[in-house]
Structure formats: C-alpha cells, structure tokens
Write a protein that binds this ligand. Structure first.
Ligand code: ZN
Length: 166
C-alpha cells in the first residue's frame, strides 16, 4: 500500500460524506496505522481518513496522555451533554484557529481496529477531539463554525493559495 499524504483544504475529499466500512480487514488496520504515523509527523492529536485521502469512515486520536491511540471506525455520537467553547486547529487548514462550541461529554459507539464494537464515554478535550474527527467523516470542518464574514475571508484565502500553486 502506498504512503499516505496529508490533504489540505480546499481538497474536495475533505467535504465528502465518507463511505461506511463494511468489514474491518487487514487493509483497514494497515491504513489506520499509517494514518497514526502521518498524524505524528504533523504533530496532530487526531486524524480522519479523508485528511489522508482515504474515503472511509475511520479516525485515529492520540492525546499523548499515556492511553495510546484510539482508533474508531463508523463512529456515531449517541449522547451529548453540556457545552464548552475552545479554540481548535486542524492539520488540513494550517494556520487557522476557530472557537468551536461543542458538547462537554459525549458517548460514541464505533468499531475498533479489530472490528469489535466499542463504546467510548469521554469528557473535555477527548470529547472535543472525538467530535472534531467525527465532523470530518461527514465533510464538516472547523471553518463551518465561523460566522459569515470571517468564513468567507478564510475560504477565499485558501482558494487563492491553491490557485497560486505552492
Ligand atoms: Zn481536523
């Protein structure tokens, strides 16, 4: 399998509703591990498959808190409690910070890297990371939380950057 590369906004795959994984196989396991490596190269705490150009509902999160990486496949948020606002960044939208209001506590149902159903109950920063990654899988980005004038400014800056090449 080829090496993965980070996709940068406005790459179209970042706006895609990604495909559900029908069966977790060796291929998904290898892809997730490559995503984990890619995330570390860019010093991120989370990476969704479309950020690595892959059209599958899979993400990895690693808060470097000693618990190791969390791999989630076909995740769904089944419960949300409370809210808190915090500035977030995204590896695919470099240099941009957006204040996002998210649930303080979430319950997520997903499959793990072995294809087994798991339930994660998370609070605070981990809850936030899960919501950020799950947003990615349906093509949602942090810039969508910006109010309109600021959003247009960011979008046009990235479009221009793309047109101008590297
Ligand atoms: Zn992101």
């Amino acid at each position: 399998m080829k090496d993965l590369d980070l996709t940068i906004y406005p790459d179209k795959i970042l706006r895609k509703q990604l495909n559900l994984v029908e069966k977790v196989t060796r291929e998904e396991e290898e892809t997730l591990k490559k995503m984990f490596n890619l995330m570390h190269i860019y010093k991120g705490v989370g990476l969704a498959a479309n950020q690595a150009g892959i059209d599958k509902q899979m993400s990895v999160i690693d808060l470097s808190d000693g618990y190791g990486p969390i791999y989630i496949i076909n995740p769904k948020i089944t419960k949300k409690e409370g809210t808190f606002e915090m500035e977030e960044g995204c590896l695919s939208i470099p240099g941009i910070g957006v204040k996002v209001k998210r649930a303080q506590k979430v319950t997520v149902e997903a499959l793990n890297i072995e294809g087994k159903p798991i339930r994660i109950i998370a609070e605070g920063f981990l809850a936030r990371a899960l919501q950020h990654e799950i947003d990615h899988l349906s093509g949602k980005l942090i810039i969508d939380y910006l109010k309109l004038p600021a959003r247009i400014k960011v979008i046009s800056a990235f479009q221009k950057k793309k047109k101008g090449g590297k």
